[in-house]
Design a binder for this molecule. Structure first.
Ligand code: NAP
Length: 248
């Protein structure tokens, strides 16, 4: 049986590209989405058309009860979990810290930070040998913004990704002897819909001149690093973060 991989936010962008690539490598992929059922169904169809295994699961990773339901549905419908990609993430429109509302902060931290922690918790409960599991691998989506700070744009989002970097290092050490590796990928400017939610759909192209490689990256270029970290080829790699940012 194929090992089961949950990718949160896999209906579009980096998550969708990772789902397609991971299925090609033999993972049975649980494609999580929150609103866009059609986009998730499209990813599932694409995987199945190529002979892979996938199923879509609706859940908002900003809600704990949804996360518990998501993992229980995967247990029931797909089998033993072997991997998690904490990919779902949001940002808000460009703003300075001195104009940031409490509601905005709460939403970003709830989805990006609490959601990743709670999904990691559920994955560890299933995969850790200390809990009777067979081991597995977790990859978290950070951002180059965590190191740059995103001043005048979204320091809140950047800080949420700083928390992801710390989760990666701490959890990796916590479960290192329990058969679980925990790593992260730090994308730079990648061509996805996320920039539209920040109010600048063409942001990745507009800022390409700041990238040493002078171009934005593609979702598949990020997916390649994620899928490698998930794989046995990375068997001695844990607690690390790979920058996929064209040198930025
Ligand atoms: P995207 O194109 O905006 O896609 C976001 C995905 O997350 C969609 O599948 C969306 O589902 C899902 N999602 C959003 N909120 C969710 C929630 N509360 N619960 C479950 N799923 C949710 O994003 P992306 O650019 O691929 O980004 C993926 C990850 O990479 C994020 O963590 C982001 O912070 C990180 N990243 C991206 C870039 C970049 O330049 N693109 C750079 C650095 C880091 P629906 O379709 O149902 O809405």
């Amino acid at each position: 049986m194929s090992p089961v991989l949950l990718i949160t936010g896999a209906s579009r962008g980096i998550g969708a590209a990772t789902a397609v690539l991971a299925a090609k490598q033999g993972w049975a992929v649980a494609v999580n989405y929150t609103r866009d059922a059609q986009a998730a169904a499209h990813v599932v169809q694409e995987i199945r058309a190529k002979g892979g295994q996938a199923q879509a699961f609706q859940a908002d990773v900003g809600i704990e009860a949804d996360i518990e339901r998501l993992f229980q549905s995967i247990d029931k419908d797909m089998g033993v979990l072997g991997g998690l990609v904490n990919n779902a993430g949001v940002l808000d429109v460009t703003a300075r810290v001195d104009t940031t509302s409490w509601e905005r902060l709460e939403r970003i931290m709830r989805i990006n930070v609490l959601g990743s922690f709670a999904c990691a918790k559920q994955a560890v409960l299933r995969m850790s040998t200390a809990h009777g599991g067979k081991g597995g691998s977790i990859v978290n989506l950070s951002s180059v913004a965590a190191t740059l700070g995103a001043p005048g744009q979204y320091v809140d989002y950047a800080a949420s990704k700083g928390a992801i970097d710390t989760l990666t290092v701490g959890l990796a050490k916590e479960v290192a002897t329990e058969g679980i590796r925990v790593n992260a990928v730090r994308p730079g400017l990648i061509l996805t819909d996320i920039h539209a939610s920040g109010g600048i759909p063409d942001r990745a192209n507009q800022l390409a001149h700041q990238v040493p490689m002078q171009r934005p990256g593609t979702a598949t270029e990020v997916a390649e690093a994620i899928v490698w970290l998930l794989s046995d080829a990375a068997s001695y790699v844990t607690g690390t973060t790979i920058d996929v940012g064209g040198g930025r």
